[in-house]
Structures are given as structure tokens and as C-alpha cells.
Design a protein around this ligand. Structure first.
Ligand code: 13P
Ligand code: SF4
Length: 336
């Protein structure tokens, strides 16, 4: 029976209980940088989508508690099926994943059967299974530049990331027209004003932002790359155009520097991903206590989704010859 009554936070030290249960159930907690700071602090491993996938595959514990969104936890299950994978709230979705329903993506591939499909990890297991190679924001440029220059490629679902990597790699990309509703909100105009007011600040941005925002950026990268950049850069101030959860790690990594959340168009001071923020410490505690909600992936689907994800992990480290071998095993034209 799953306990649903509210937790009495006055009498229960949830942090201590989570740490105790973690030992008891041999669990490891993975957290994305957009999670609440209190969840990031309690996690064993923090990272961007690529790093969390890589680490999830290597986890040796019995249980993976995934503090992130559904597609991230689902990817962990696909890569490490012997583990129990828990997600604090099943409503932790993603606007990009929602923008690409599997039946429409399949039709798109059928309409362009000679195109290879490189798909952003922000998608469902069904869409992964219909793809040739998965990528993340940190690996997309490297993966695309490993593919033959004349090859027609479907890139889905994020058109902003697609446009950005098309410019960087010169590859022939046919873009799915999805967007992240959080990164779409940044106002290029308000960022320009802020930049004029703080001329010493660097603008740094996630590639899910619109081109007009990326054009103003001194540095563009995944959440992990942005975090590394602020530590290496000589700048003392940064205007950060991505979800504001990352500011927590930036402040910890470079406490002497100043981080200003880039302003969105919606009148708020900073940008929040509501999907990420449905996970709370209380839900993290409850999901461990109840061992639910649990991520399951039907085995036939898991196997079909696995190879495209493995290709991403392999291509990220591959030399030219290894990359050519990986691409050669992909069968075109596409057949569903
Ligand atoms: P990263 O791979 O940069 O962590 O991005 C994940 C994401 O969902 C960005 O919105
Ligand atoms: Fe999805 Fe955007 Fe939230 Fe990232 S920030 S999880 S892309 S909705």
C-alpha cells in the first residue's frame, strides 16, 4: 500500500531519512542541474543529460533514484535495465519530448526514407527506437561532424539546437520544428539592455535558446559546458541564458563570481522549468519510501531504443575510423 498522506516536515528530518534509505536500499541519487538546490545537494551524482546517461549506465547500486525529467530516467532504465529506476514525479515531462509524438515522427521518417535520423535525447523511448543516433546538447556538434558531409540528416525535435549545430557543422539537416518552452522565453531585447548595463559580463547560453539570443552569446554550451566555462573564464560576471537551477552549481564552483539570470519575455526575473520543478524533496523521500513511481520500459522497445543511445556514447569518444564503422552499421532507407 503506497502512503500518500502528507509528510510532517516538522517531525521528520527528510534529508536524514533519504540518506538512511539510500544506504538501506543500496540506491544512488542522480540529479540534473535544473533540480532544486536542496535536491542537487543531496544527490550522489549531478550532471547534464550526457553525463547522467553515461553515469547511469555504470551504476552498480540496486536502485537509481533519478531527480530529473521522465526522458532522463527512462534513458537510465534503457541503459541499465537490471536496476530499479525511480522518478519522484511521473509528471516530470519535457515540452520537447511532447513536441514529437512517435506516430508523427515515424511518418516524417517514412516521408524522408534516405535521411539518417539524429535525435536529441529529449524525446520518448518510442522516438529513440525510431532514430539512428541519439545526441545531447554537449555531444550534438561532435556527433554530426563525424557523419559524412553529404549525408541528408533529420534532426529532431529541437529546431533551435538544430539550427545552431547546422551552422557549426555545415551539415545538411532537415529540422523537426520542436522548441523548449523554457528556453524560447528568453528575450533577446532584454538581454541586450542588460548587457549594455553590465558591459563586463559575458553572456552564456544553452543552445536550446533562439538564434537571436545565441547570436549575443560569448559562449554556447550544454549545462555541463556552461558550468565548466564559468570556472575557466577570466570574466567575473555572467548573464546566464538557461534554466536558473544551474546557478546553484555555478555559485558553488565560483563563489567569487556573479551570475545574473537572463531575463525572459514573460515578466518574471528568471526562467524556471516547471517540469523539472515538480520534483520536490518530499516527493524524492516518498518515492524512495514507496519504491514508486518506478520507470518501466517494455523489453522489445528497450532493445530498439538502446542501440541509438549506445551510438551516441560511442561516437562521443570515437576516432574517424571507429565513427565510420558505427555509421556503416546503420541501415537506410528507413523501414519502420
Ligand atoms: P543538458 O544536456 O544541457 O543538461 O540539457 C538538458 C535540458 O533539458 C536542457 O533544457
Ligand atoms: Fe525540457 Fe526545456 Fe525543461 Fe529542458 S528546460 S527539460 S528541454 S522543457
Amino acid at each position: 500500500m503506497i502512503a500518500t498522506e502528507p509528510v510532517d516536515q516538522k517531525t521528520l528530518d527528510m534529508t536524514r531519512e533519504i540518506l538512511r534509505m539510500k544506504e538501506e536500499m543500496r540506491a544512488v541519487i542522480l540529479a540534473h542541474y535544473y533540480q532544486d538546490s536542496i535536491i542537487q545537494d543531496i544527490a550522489d551524482i549531478r550532471g547534464d543529460s550526457f553525463e547522467l546517461s553515461r553515469r547511469a549506465r555504470e551504476v552498480d547500486a540496486d536502485v537509481i533514484v533519478f531527480a530529473g525529467v521522465h526522458f532522463m530516467a527512462e534513458t537510465a532504465k534503457i541503459l541499465n535495465p537490471g536496476k530499479t529506476v525511480l522518478l519522484p514525479d511521473m509528471n516530470a515531462g519535457c515540452s520537447l519530448a511532447e513536441s514529437a509524438p512517435a506516430h508523427l515522427f515515424r511518418r516524417f521518417r517514412e516521408q524522408h526514407p534516405d535521411h539518417l535520423a539524429v535525435t536529441y535525447i529529449n524525446c520518448t523511448a518510442e522516438v529513440k527506437a525510431l532514430s539512428d543516433i541519439i545526441c545531447t546538447s554537449s555531444s550534438a556538434e561532435r556527433i554530426l561532424s563525424r557523419l559524412p558531409g553529404d549525408m541528408p540528416i533529420i534532426f529532431a525535435p529541437d529546431k533551435n539546437l538544430g539550427n545552431y549545430v547546422r551552422q557549426k557543422t555545415g551539415r545538411n539537416l532537415l529540422l523537426w520544428q520542436g522548441v523548449c518552452t523554457v528556453h524560447e522565453q528568453f528575450s533577446a531585447q532584454r538581454i541586450a539592455v542588460l548587457r549594455a548595463e553590465t558591459p563586463d559580463a559575458e553572456v552564456i547560453a544553452h543552445p536550446e535558446c533562439e538564434g537571436v539570443v545565441l547570436q549575443q552569446a560569448d559562449f554556447v554550451g550544454s549545462t555541463g559546458a556552461l558550468l565548466q566555462h564559468v570556472q575557466k573564464s577570466a570574466a567575473r560576471r555572467f548573464i546566464v541564458a538557461t534554466e536558473s537551477g544551474i546557478l546553484h552549481q555555478m555559485k558553488l564552483a565560483a563563489p567569487e563570481k556573479e551570475f545574473i539570470a537572463a531575463p525572459p519575455d514573460n515578466g518574471c526575473a528568471c526562467n524556471i522549468c516547471d517540469y523539472m520543478k515538480v520534483n520536490t524533496l518530499e516527493k524524492l523521500y516518498l518515492c524512495m519510501k514507496n519504491r514508486s513511481p518506478e520507470i518501466t520500459v517494455e523489453e522489445n522497445l528497450r532493445i530498439r531504443a538502446l542501440r541509438p543511445i549506445e551510438r551516441m556514447l560511442e561516437l562521443a569518444d570515437a576516432d574517424a575510423q571507429q565513427a565510420a564503422d558505427i555509421v556503416r552499421e546503420i541501415r537506410l532507407p528507413f523501414e519502420a
